[in-house]
Design a protein around this ligand. Structure first.
Ligand code: ADP
Ligand code: MG
Length: 406
């Protein structure tokens, strides 16, 4: 037995499901979620290998080793997976064949069935509804006529979304009336393998606020949820996550129960985020993502265990960490490429000095080389005793990125 294999077995429990520090974790995907995962895993003594498109992606730059190639390239998949004791991923749009090929070499979490659900909004919504999870009314859409029919049955306005490959509001349109259905280019959206519709129409939810819950689950069915996060979006992109959420204790408990139910229903191993709409008296699930989530970045500073460490613990079969807050209040503010573009228009760079001169503000940058409007380049977080003060400090720090250099 090689050292690598020996490290799979926990001497205390004798369980083969426990992957101990020193072992190698494979991460499929090279974005910022993979990067922060790799940093947390390295801190715990794991080696992280990243499989991604190119060696300058955010996660590749902090990994112990990288295998670069198209995610569908079977010789690259094999070269990567052979070196790993356990494999996970940082985004759900990885081809199912890649995950199946990885799992021939090492346990791979979450498994292909969870990904299939998360890759297609139609499958996702029908799966959640079947599990008794509250979701907004929805209808399949193929073309202009079926969009109009969906609006008539759900009530206008509706939100139509492509079922596959949408993120950060991409592929979504709000339609206020039948006339507006003519404005959408319906052709060309991809459908699922089993004849699922290319689009889904949803009833517009008049929410008070948006929230999310992250849940972790292990192979031996232990489950732990994080406190509820409150999320503010700008142009359909997450802008700020606040903790604690301004949501009643009853709804918070319900939100954590919903997340647990989703994880159990899917047989999840790993981490999953449930995005929720909070209306005055009920919670409605918007979507789920079986991986670390932007709204969970605040846990790095705010909670006893970060979402990234919890992901490591969950897939390695370790005890799940304490998710409680270690401070009374915390917040996270995204830094989008718009800031870089605005700085460039003034022939300068973001003013990092002024930003970091704001008391208690932590800077996280993902090492992305090209800034574009709407692209997530990094985030700021801060903790304190008062949420309004924490949030104000973060906004000041972000504004200062575009202040003149003194
Ligand atoms: P993405 O995959 O781009 O995150 P979401 O479905 O989460 O897509 O939509 C992004 C944002 O758009 C949501 O966080 C919410 O602010 C808004 N939104 C989406 N669907 C609805 C809906 N049915 N009713 C009201 N707002 C919605
Ligand atoms: Mg979303």
């Amino acid at each position: 037995m090689s050292d690598r294999q020996a490290s799979k077995i926990d001497p205390a429990s004798g369980s083969e499901h426990v992957i101990l520090p020193g072992a190698t974790i494979g991460m499929v995907g090279g974005g910022q979620l993979g990067r922060m995962f790799a940093m947390a895993a390295a801190r715990m003594g794991y080696r992280v290998g990243v499989f991604c498109g190119s060696s300058d992606e955010p996660a590749a730059e902090v990994a112990a080793f990288t295998v670069c190639g198209p995610l569908t390239d079977h010789s690259a998949i094999e070269a990567f997976a052979k070196r790993c004791d356990v494999i996970t991923l940082e985004f759900e749009n990885i081809p199912a064949d890649t995950i199946a090929a990885c799992s021939k070499h090492a346990p791979t979490y979450p498994d292909a069935s969870v990904l299939a659900m998360a890759q297609d909004r139609w499958i996702e919504k029908t799966t959640l509804r079947e599990a008794g999870i509250p979701v907004a009314g929805f209808e399949p859409v193929y073309d202009r006529e079926s969009a109009i029919a969906a609006g008539e049955s759900l009530g206008w306005p509706i939100i139509v979304k492509t079922c596959r490959s949408g993120y950060d509001g991409k592929g979504q349109h709000r339609l206020n009336s039948p006339d507006e259905a003519a404005l959408v280019q319906w052709e060309g959206a991809e459908s699922g393998d089993d004849g699922q519709p290319p689009w889904v129409a949803e009833a517009l939810v008049l929410f008070e606020r948006e929230a999310s819950v992250i849940v972790a689950r292990t192979l031996d069915q232990r489950v732990e949820t994080f406190p509820v996060f409150e999320n503010d979006h700008q142009n359909h992109i997450l802008d700020e996550t606040k903790l604690p959420a301004n949501v009643s204790p009853e709804l918070q408990l319900q939100a954590r129960e919903i997340a647990t139910r989703v994880a159990e229903h899917l047989g999840l191993v790993g981490l999953l985020c449930v995005e929720l709409f909070v209306t005055p008296d009920e919670l409605i699930v918007n979507e789920v993502a079986p991986r670390p989530h932007n709204s969970g970045h605040v846990t790095i500073e705010a909670c006893a265990t970060s979402q990234f460490e919890q992901h490591v613990r969950a897939i390695c079969g370790l005890p799940l960490g304490d998710t409680s807050m270690v401070v009374p209040a915390a917040s996270m503010l995204n830094l989008l490429g718009d800031i870089w573009e605005a700085a460039e228009a003034r022939e300068t760079l973001p003013n990092w000095g002024a930003c970091l001169d704001t008391p208690g503000v932590a800077l996280h940058l993902y090492g992305k080389h090209a800034a574009r409007a709407g692209r997530k380049m990094g985030h700021l977080s801060a903790v304190g005793s008062d949420l309004a003060d924490v949030s104000e400090r973060l906004r000041l720090a972000r504004e200062r990125l575009l202040s003149d250099r003194g």
